[in-house]
Design a protein around this ligand. Structure first.
Ligand code: FAD
Length: 284
């Protein structure tokens, strides 16, 4: 029988920082990832736990000059219901709706998705494609980490052991277009085989600029497809553009075989999803 680890439950960020300074504690937010690890069958189980659920400074969805601001404890259900998200970043609500099912959406948080650092975390490609900043903090102060610097390896992040994810800021350029696609086995309770977010700004001549293409489940961490982005930059969404971008993407990504899918399937599907996204925009 697994032994339940001792739990500290601060009600303010200052108390949470103080506890983290005093010794190694594993934060728990919604617990939808951490509780799976509690038995120790999947790696090192947490020895002591820091329950963040009552730290209200980590809650809230708002709009600032920097963009959409999401507290780390924002749940997927909150993302789905938020009028601000619906108005300014509906693709995030779309992504939240694909995660787990109702139980997971009621407890699972965006901060947990970010800190858990699974290559299959469904919100992570959207954070990469929107140039999000992840704001982290500890008793030593706060700092911003660009999403593309945050995931450093398989389930590894740029967070120090005493740091918490506080919030994420997603810039909202007025003319940006954003698309999200998730490929899984079913419509609910499906971990991604491939997850993709594509962002660009259209010029008056129809060409794409500031292209961002981010993928999950095709590498040890969520990644940007830099080569394919370069291929799409300044191009129009034509058949020729799609053919070139798809070939570049297929060569650029290095998926793995695992229980959910084969590398060959992931490569083929990622390429096909990108082709369809470009085709939809080009109207051919
Ligand atoms: C049945 C099931 C289905 C799922 N389906 C999906 C899915 O479709 N897509 C998907 O992406 N994920 C899915 N997940 C995984 C999980 O629900 C998400 O990753 C969720 O966002 C985790 O959030 P949480 O608040 O529950 O994190 P927790 O389990 O509380 O924490 C996860 C990790 O993050 C750390 N952590 C949490 N919050 C912070 C913080 N603020 N600062 C620092 N560290 C922190 C914890 O220490 C832990 O290591 C599923 C899980 C289950 C059990």
């Amino acid at each position: 029988m697994p032994v339940e680890p001792p739990v500290e439950s601060p009600s303010s960020l200052a108390d949470a920082y103080r506890l983290l300074t005093g010794g190694l504690l594993r934060p728990i937010a919604g617990g939808t990832d951490l509780m799976v690890q509690i038995t120790g069958e999947l790696g090192e189980p947490p020895r002591r736990v820091l329950d963040l659920w009552h730290v209200d400074e980590l809650r809230g969805i708002s709009r600032s000059d920097g963009g959409l601001v999401l507290g780390a404890l924002t749940t997927y259900a909150e993302l789905r219901r938020s009028p601000i998200v619906a108005e300014f970043l509906p693709e995030l609500a779309e992504a939240a709706a694909t995660i787990g099912a109702a139980q997971i959406q009621n407890r699972g948080t965006i901060g947990g998705n970010i800190a858990n650092a699974s290559p299959a975390g469904d919100t992570l490609p959207l954070l990469l494609a929107t140039d999000a900043q992840i704001v982290v903090g500890s008793a030593r102060g706060e700092r911003d980490i660009a999403a593309h610097d945050f995931w450093t390896g398989y389930r590894r992040t740029a967070l120090a052991p005493d740091e918490l994810v506080l919030r994420v800021v997603m810039p909202l350029p007025a003319d940006r277009q954003l698309r999200f696609r998730k490929i899984g086995t079913r419509r609910a309770q499906a971990i991604s085989k491939v997850v993709m977010a594509l962002a660009w700004r259209p010029a008056v001549d129809g060409r794409w600029h500031d292209v961002r293409l981010a993928l999950g489940s095709i590498a040890e961490r969520p990644v940007r497809a830099w080569e394919t982005e370069r291929q799409l930059e300044g191009a129009e969404p034509s058949k020729e553009t799609a053919a070139r971008a798809v070939a570049t993407l297929a060569a650029e990504i290095h998926p793995i075989d695992d229980v959910r899918s084969t590398a060959a399937y992931r490569r083929a599907v990622a390429a096909r999803v990108l082709e369809r996204l470009i085709r939809n925009e080009g109207g051919w």
